[in-house]
Design a binder for this molecule. Structure first.
Ligand code: SAM
Ligand code: SF4
Length: 341
């Protein structure tokens, strides 16, 4: 028999105390980024010393352990995953797990480096990427991302599509900023054959401004769209906070990610690994398991399995997000670039 990536006998699947099977792992491969989106980071972010960040070998070992325990989908994220040096080597390493326990390897990117990496990603087994695109207006794009430039991202999306990658667009809805652009984004997505998902801002980490200023409840966006379109609820579920509708007039699928509501927690199938090997069992809670300490202390996979069991036993029932309108501290202190969204 050929050796497979998962040579050890299958260990029992990871199931949390509420009976939820953990089948989806998000892996932040770096906290660094070439953009400074206003809702995500402050402009003068301090990044982690490199020694604290997991090596590719360590990420590989952890991901392989998760796949052996039932994880079927991996999403690489960050920070910006494509700015980590040698990232394609990591994607190739993890790509070998596809069909060997893993159904899908995807990534979420700001698109800035897709032009040079799209073909390699496709060759390594990636089939889909999520690209964050909040606006099609170059000036607004520069204002929201601070350091980003729109044409580079649009070229990246073109390159990804040309390489055969399916591109999903994620748009953070910002009151008084891009709320007038939703129809334009829908038309752009339809023309390129992309799904579009709208995201509500989440209170993660200190930023320079006040998030409540731009908080736009997606219930309001949906009500507005419903005055012009027929929105048909779809049963599609990903185990995450996204809900989907079909726009009857165009046939397009549109997603809404409303993490401040609790209606997705009961089906939550995911955990998040930071670039430093901290496992967050919930995006909206601070409880964490230090898996870097485990992989650096021992090469024994039984020890690692025990640490995974211990962590998953602590997965909470749901999150505690609140956008505090009095301008108090964010609900969760770490930034989205730490847990990767
Ligand atoms: N750099 C990549 C990107 O922008 O796609 C991946 C990491 S980024 C943290 C992942 C997603 O989180 C992006 O779609 C981004 O727009 C979103 N995001 C960042 N901060 C957020 C916040 N405070 N609330 C809601 N979404 C946020
Ligand atoms: Fe970077 Fe993504 Fe955060 Fe924007 S949302 S600053 S692109 S990590």
């Amino acid at each position: 028999m050929p050796a497979t990536a998962l040579q050890r006998p299958a260990a029992p699947p990871l199931v949390d105390p509420f009976g939820r099977a953990i089948t989806y792992l998000r892996v932040s491969v770096t906290d660094r980024c070439d953009f400074r989106c206003v809702y995500c980071m402050s402009e003068n972010m301090t990044f982690l010393p490199r020694a604290e960040v997991l090596s590719f070998e360590e990420i590989d070992r952890l991901v392989t352990a998760f796949v052996r325990r039932g994880t079927r989908r991996i999403r690489l994220t960050g920070g910006e995953p494509l700015v980590r040096r040698g990232i394609i080597d990591l994607v190739r390493r993890l790509g070998r797990l596809i069909g060997d326990g893993l159904d899908e390897l995807t990534l979420t990117t700001n698109g800035s480096q897709l032009g040079r990496h799209a073909a390699d990603l496709a060759a390594a087994g990636v089939r889909r990427v999520n690209v964050s695109l909040d606006t099609l207006d170059p000036e607004r794009f520069a204002r929201i991302t601070r350091w980003g430039r729109l044409p580079q991202v649009l070229d990246g999306i073109t390159a990804a599509t040309a390489a055969g990658l399916k591109v999903k667009l994620n748009m953070v809805a910002l009151a008084g900023e891009n709320d007038g652009e939703i129809d334009t984004m829908l038309a752009f997505a339809a023309a390129g054959g992309h799904d579009l998902t709208l995201i509500e801002t989440m209170p993660l980490g200190e930023i320079d401004g006040d998030r409540a200023d731009h908080y736009l409840p997606l219930s309001r966006v949906r009500a507005d769209l419903a005055t012009r379109f027929t929105l048909v609820d779809l049963p599609d579920r990903t185990g995450g906070p996204a809900r989907y509708v079909r726009i009857a007039e165009t046939g397009q699928r549109l997603g809404f990610i409303t993490p401040l509501t609790h209606n997705f927690c009961e089906a939550c199938n995911r955990v998040r690994l930071t670039a430093t090997g901290q496992l967050y069992m919930c995006l909206g809670q601070d409880d964490v398991a230090d898996l870097r300490r485990v992989v650096r202390a021992s090469g024994d996979d039984d020890v690692l399995d025990a640490a995974l069991d211990e962590a998953i036993a602590r997965k909470p029932k749901g999150h505690d997000f609140v956008i505090d309108r009095r301008g108090a501290a964010p609900a969760v202190r770490r930034h989205m670039s730490v847990t990767g969204g």
